[in-house]
Design a protein around this ligand. Structure first.
Ligand code: FES
Length: 129
């Protein structure tokens, strides 16, 4: 229902305290739009990054990917077919593009700019019955 432009131009969504979110390398943030719109929140080298959680190749879980740094560029490698995505820009050596989102810190809290509500807990509509 949302184009990439619309997703990116959403509102700031409060995710939670940075002190808590920085304890894990990646958190899955559920989107109120459903599974395909879920977002990964990475914490790498003191910085937060947000990108679509489902790999733009075939939907692999990027939260479970390995992260490597080469020439100062942080990349996540999809666990399914090892495609790389730049955490900052979402670009890939494969020419695929992963949607990334702006992140900001304010008063110790992490915010992600997204078209839909984001939550660390699944929305009822996302839960499998
Ligand atoms: S699903 Fe991610 S590389 Fe294929």
């Amino acid at each position: 229902p949302f184009s990439p432009e619309e997703k990116r131009s959403g509102s700031w969504r409060l995710i939670g305290p940075a002190s808590e979110l920085s304890k894990k390398r990646c958190r899955l943030m559920y989107s109120s739009l459903g599974y395909d719109s879920d977002v990964c929140l990475f914490y790498v080298k003191g910085e937060f990054f947000a990108m679509d959680a489902r790999c733009s190749h075939s939907g692999g879980p990027l939260c479970e990917g390995d992260i490597e740094e080469a020439d100062g560029v942080l990349q996540v490698f999809c666990p399914w077919h090892d495609y790389d995505f730049d955490l900052r820009t979402g670009t890939s050596g494969t020419s695929l593009q992963q949607q990334v989102y702006e992140v900001k810190l304010e008063d110790g809290n992490v915010y992600v700019k997204h078209a839909s509500d984001l939550s660390l807990q699944p929305f009822p509509v996302n839960q499998k019955t």
